[in-house]
Design a protein around this ligand. Sequence first.
Ligand code: BGC
Length: 390
Amino acid sequence: MKIKFAKVFALMLAAMMVMAVAACGGQTPAPAAPAAPAESAPAAEAAPAPEAPAASDDGPKKVGISMPTKSLQRWNQDGSNMEAAFKAAGYDVDLQYGGENEVPVQISQIENMIAGGCDVLVIAAIDGDSMTEVLATAKDRGIPVISYDRLIMNTDAVTYYATFDNWKVGTFQGQFIVDELDLNNAEGPFNIEFFTGDPGDNNINFFFGGAMEILQPFLDSGKLVTPSGQTEKSVVATQGWSTENAQSRMENLISSNNYGPGRTTLHAVMCSNDSTAQGVTNALVNAGYTAENFPIITGQDCDIVSVKNMLAGLQSMSVFKDTRTLASKVVEMVEAILTGSEPPINDTTTYNNGTGIIPSFLCEPVVGTAANHRELLVDSGYYTEAELQS
Ligand code: BGC
């Protein structure tokens, strides 16, 4: 049984490694570190690879997977992709979603995973700062923790971090606006508003930081203008990354700045992801904008709703992050942890969670538009053509 499991596992792992290397495009250069909340934390050397935990028994190992919510398409995909990949590799899986982004629910699910004998935890935290206590228990029990997509802050229990190049996501969004408005040549000024995500998600420091690295010079020169005056990350944050919250803030911006067709022109809205972009789009459609005069709207995730909006001319771009790739990287990490071998790591400088640098693997994001959606999303098997039809 043991030998058979090992053989099957080795075959699966080899297949997944080929997929992941092809999809991730190998090593990614580390981006400049943004001003993350952890910046005042002492710089630390990357932690050495942990010892393989002592095998508890000969049966399959159990992986606890904690995702933040079922209410957003991407986390359902992340969860089911990982569950399938781990099961195919011979693991038992305990997959849980934290209600509707409910921190206490997520914490009690993780407590149950620890009590239920999980050998490894893979966690996408709702609030990156909420895990210190529960993960202290995991550490005491020698259970390694992989921080998934979002960095878990202020706990030394995090073993590795698997994510996308989040800074690059932001620079793609900023650069898209620069190119579409031809900011290097056009005279301007152009009106822009900003929306980022939940303040408890460390990723917004990277998304917003990356976008602002590109756009700030144009704000400074006056070529870009934000009529609302709202350009601070804390002010443009969206609680829970919620579409409804983004929509109501956009509605307020429309009325207080008199935006609309035939009124003050709004040229662009920088949104850090698709759920916020969808709220902005709803508000703009309600204000009378159509595909013919729609402002440039950025996004991230290539959610089905947003891909449909792109095809209808109601969102300009999204950033595609292939969750299949991330899932297969995490399977590789878990295997390395459990066998005491070298995990896939391509960044040891960028992500400090307040206790030191967390060794990370950053997958590559890609710009998605109506023009390349078929090749990127349909030909790759991510969606079927039918799923993208309105
Ligand atoms: C993820 C994005 C996602 C957002 C909202 C972020 O941490 O990186 O892909 O759109 O959370 O769930």
